[in-house]
Ligand binder design. Structure first.
Ligand SMILES: Nc1ncnc2c1ncn2[C@@H]1O[C@H](COP(=O)(O)OP(=O)(O)OP(=O)(O)O)[C@@H](O)[C@H]1O
Ligand SMILES: [Mg+2]
Length: 293
């Protein structure tokens, strides 16, 4: 079996939270515990949550604190093994056959193998964090491809045999839960549901990510966003929208728009669906006046 990943210095959930914060990512106790356990046990980390709660960013921050590069596999409908694992360079093989004439050539050497993200992570486990992003967009059959990799960190290439990672690669999977994932996939991972952050944490995130925003503005935006999230919206604002709304309103305020008008005028960075905008419009001024008071 490959050895567990080297995660020098990260010896507790608190320590992970601390270094993530240095990398501009705020993790609550649930996330830092799941992340720590995934690293310490050498298991993939499966993060589920609504859009914009910081799933992808969590993987980037983990790569950054480990001093590794992020190899990202963006999933989509129809993604297959050749996009995720490896491909044979067919034109190059053809060329080699033509040039070889009567000579014997090995068409399955490294020079003909194109490594896609999963093979890249397997070949270079110590320097990479593999992000399998938005796995719920892939077809359910694609998950079956992942199972062998996620449990043994091996890949079978029929022409080459089974390739094995020297060390467990660090793997983060994300899902927006547009569909349920296979039981078999879940079983192989440490699971964590990322919720919208608690208001105090979200205000910290806003100020960390947007240095121009004053504490009062951050608190007001977080309160407004939480009220909007309680409404039945098609696209409730994520953390990115909170940050941008605070930034945009701060900009308009600096140009002379009074509070809470600055928030109202910048609503297009918080809500990005016309039905949602119309839905909240009648009560928006009152809501903003209340949170900006
Ligand atoms: N805990 C956090 N600490 C710091 N920044 C955060 C945090 N959560 C979210 N953010 C901010 O929100 C942005 C959006 O996060 P991210 O893209 O990771 O969301 P996501 O969950 O992957 O969304 P989607 O499902 O739409 O892909 C990040 O770029 C970052 O600025
Ligand atoms: Mg994402």
């Amino acid at each position: 079996m490959p050895v567990r990943p080297s995660i020098a210095g990260i010896d507790s959930p608190d320590r992970l939270a601390e270094v993530l914060r240095d990398a501009q990512y705020i993790a609550d106790e649930g996330l830092s515990t799941a992340g720590y356990l995934a690293l310490a046990l050498g298991k993939p980390l499966l993060l589920e949550g609504a859009p914009g709660v910081g799933k992808t960013e969590a993987a980037k921050a983990i790569a950054s604190v480990l001093g590794r590069g992020l190899v990202r596999l963006q999933c989509y409908e129809g993604i297959d093994a050749s996009a995720a694992m490896y491909e044979w360079n067919f034109p190059r093989q053809m060329l080699a056959i033509r040039q070889a004439g009567e000579d014997f050539i090995n068409l399955y050497g490294d020079e003909y193998l194109i490594a896609r993200p999963m093979l890249q992570a397997l070949q270079n486990p110590r320097q990479t964090v593999l992000l399998i992003d938005e796995i719920d967009r892939a077809d359910p059959e694609f998950e079956a491809f992942l199972l062998e990799f996620l449990s043994d960190f091996t890949l079978s290439i029929p022409e080459r045999g089974t390739l094995r990672a020297e060390e467990h690669p660090v793997v983060v999977l994300t899902s927006n839960r547009t569909r349920e994932l296979h039981e078999a996939l879940r079983r192989r991972c440490v699971y964590h549901w990322i919720d919208y952050p608690a208001p105090a944490l979200e205000a910290q995130i806003v100020m960390m990510r947007a240095s121009t925003v004053a504490e009062r503005t951050a608190a007001a935006v977080v309160a407004a966003v939480n009220r909007l999230r309680a409404e039945p919206l098609a696209k409730p604002p994520g953390v990115a929208e909170t940050v941008e709304w605070a930034e945009a309103a701060t900009l308009l305020n600096a140009q002379g728009a009074a509070w809470p008008t600055a928030f109202a005028r910048a609503i297009g960075v918080a809500l990005k669906d016309q039905d949602d905008v119309s839905y909240v419009a009648p009560g928006l001024d009152a809501l903003l006046a209340e949170v900006a008071a």
